[in-house]
Design a protein around this ligand. Structure first.
Ligand code: NAD
Length: 513
């Protein structure tokens, strides 16, 4: 069900929430590129959120009762609806985030791949599975099944307003749950459209995916609404607040937060390929990617050449809102000051700007910035910059590169460029990051079967892949007694001699190697 209808006039509005007309305050979205007013949405409060959750709960019962094959069919129908409306979805994303339409299209394509995987694999991954029993339980048949949790509250960010939350929404629905989605207040239109398309594809299950709109207060209301799990994507600071709210009711919580991803470049790496990937990984989407490249550690032998190539490629890029632009404006106006502080701070601390510098920041755009020699304790190296800035520092060895890459309070993604694939994989194994690409950047994000998530300030829990499906379930274990056991131990009527025989047998067995 779609909760919100963009309204032309800036005023308080009536919106239909879970079948009831309510009066809500509103907020307005603006183009990050031009500042132009885009649309107005209701700021849903606790009452509207509660109604959405109640309706989702009712609808979920019917959804969970469907055969898994039917759920798959309906989710694939939804996927088709998104694909057929790809232009409108991409245009909405581009309008709200400011990213070029081509980037928005790519985001929709990635989302479709994930939704297809979740729909097709949920029956296999979550279906009932027999497990072996043990010596004293041979009389039992044992199995487990992953059951939906109920209603999942999804709180999303603005940087990939479709792809990122769908990592939770698509997988949660495929696992048999209902979802109440609170998109970022910068990108509510994308969330509203997503729910609208679900309703059009599966009208008999309208209300299973509901979008509620608003800012922090709406997200807070969702966390307090009695949902069965909250899947949050955003900054670690907000994650702490939402988790504290969830802790009050022991509501399970999944956190996908920021990153400070490192790339390691070894002496035998293909420097042309590495430079190309670094520039894209650092600058695409104006650097507003949770697993974007922010730090590069190149061994000294190749550092200078790598820097030259990175600068040469980054220099050729143009910012803007038109078709030919490599990337658009900063979506969140407040982030511009963070980028400016990091770049100025890096230069003041002794770092060298190889391309651009503090003057590259011309809100709402930031031209590419390439830094080197930045001290490891500068904010540009320790905090998430979330802008088109990359630091390429020299290191004496791969060991030092690994140590520096791991010395961050973030641990989301990473990449290794190495001449030998085996060497690359061996270096990857030494990194703490939750996902690593060898000889590419962000390779893992496009493989739906791969779980995605991090640790420390990057959050915890996993979306995508089998783990991402199981994240929205609880396991029920079942034993069915097939026959009366020869050695029955779960009865007060067991003779002492039988108990002693069992202990003797176990002792003899477990003493063996
Ligand atoms: P944010 O933390 O400001 O907001 C995230 C969401 O939380 C928004 O919907 C916001 O309205 C809501 N919110 C804010 N305060 C709240 C509160 N008190 N209670 C409940 N909800 C609240 O983050 P953002 O600026 O939207 O997104 C950028 C961040 O997201 C970056 O740190 C980025 O790295 C991260 N991110 C992570 C991933 C990932 O998968 N790991 C993906 C994309 C973005």
């Amino acid at each position: 069900m779609t909760e919100t209808t963009p309204d032309a006039a800036p005023r308080a509005t009536s919106a239909t929430v879970a079948g009831a007309a309510v009066h809500a305050a509103t907020f307005t979205t603006h183009s990050p590129a031009t500042g132009e007013r885009l649309a107005e949405y209701p700021a849903h409060g606790p009452e509207e959120v509660a109604r959405a959750v109640t309706r989702a709960r009712i609808t979920q019962a019917g959804w969970a009762a469907l055969p898994a094959s039917r759920r798959r069919e309906l989710l694939l129908r939804w996927k088709k609806a998104i694909a057929e409306d790809l232009d409108r979805v991409a245009a909405t994303i581009a309008q709200e985030t400011g990213k070029p339409v081509g980037d928005a299209e790519l985001e929709v394509v990635l989302t479709l791949e994930h939704l297809a995987w979740a729909a097709r694999n949920a029956p296999r991954v979550l279906g009932r599975r027999r497990v072996r029993t043990g010596l004293f339980t041979v009389h039992q048949r044992a199995s487990l099944v992953h059951r939906p949790l109920g209603v999942i509250g999804v709180i999303g960010p603005w940087n990939y307003p479709l792809y990122t939350p769908m990592g939770s929404i698509g997988y949660a629905l495929a696992a048999g749950n209902a979802v109440v989605f609170k998109p970022s207040e910068l990108t509510p239109g994308t969330g509203v459209l997503l729910a609208e398309l679900f309703d059009s594809a599966a009208p008999e299950h309208a209300g299973l995916l509901t979008t509620v709109t608003g800012a922090a207060a709406t997200g807070d209301a969702l966390a307090r609404s009695g949902v069965d799990k909250v899947a949050f994507t955003g900054s670690p600071g907000t994650a702490r607040k939402v988790m504290a709210v969830c802790a009050e009711t022991l509501t399970p919580f999944l956190a996908e937060c920021g990153g400070k991803d490192a790339v390691i470049v070894t002496a035998d790496a293909d420097l042309e390929a590495a430079a190309d990937a670094i520039v894209w990984g650092a600058l695409s989407n104006a650097g507003q990617t949770c697993a974007g490249v922010e730090r590069v550690y190149a061994v000294r032998e190749v550092h200078e050449t790598l820097c030259e190539r990175v600068v040469e490629k980054a220099k050729a890029l143009r910012t803007g809102a038109d078709e030919g632009a490599a990337y658009g404006p900063m979506t969140l106006p407040g982030q511009v000051a963070v980028v400016e502080r990091h770049v100025s701070g890096a230069v003041a601390a002794g770092g060298r700007a190889l391309l651009g510098g503090p003057d590259s920041v011309r809100a709402p755009y930031v031209a590419p910035v390439v830094l080197t020699g930045v001290p490891e304790d500068a904010p540009a190296m320790t905090e998430e910059t979330f802008g088109p800035v990359v630091t390429v520092n020299a290191v004496g060895s791969v060991d030092e590169a690994v140590e520096r890459a791991n010395a961050s309070r973030y641990a989301l993604g990473a990449a290794v460029f190495s001449g030998g694939k085996r060497t690359g994989a061996a270096i990857a194994a030494r990194l703490r990051a939750g996902a690593v690409s060898v000889n590419s950047v962000l390779g893992f994000a496009a493989v739906p079967a791969l779980p995605f998530g991090g640790s420390q300030d990057s959050g915890f829990g996993r979306i995508h892949g089998e783990e991402g499906l199981r994240a929205f379930t609880s396991v029920q274990s079942v034993t069915v007694q097939r026959f009366a056991p020869a050695i029955a131990l779960t009865s007060f009527a067991v003779p002492e001699a039988t108990r002693e025989r069992a202990v003797r047998l176990a002792r003899a067995l477990h003493r063996r190697r």
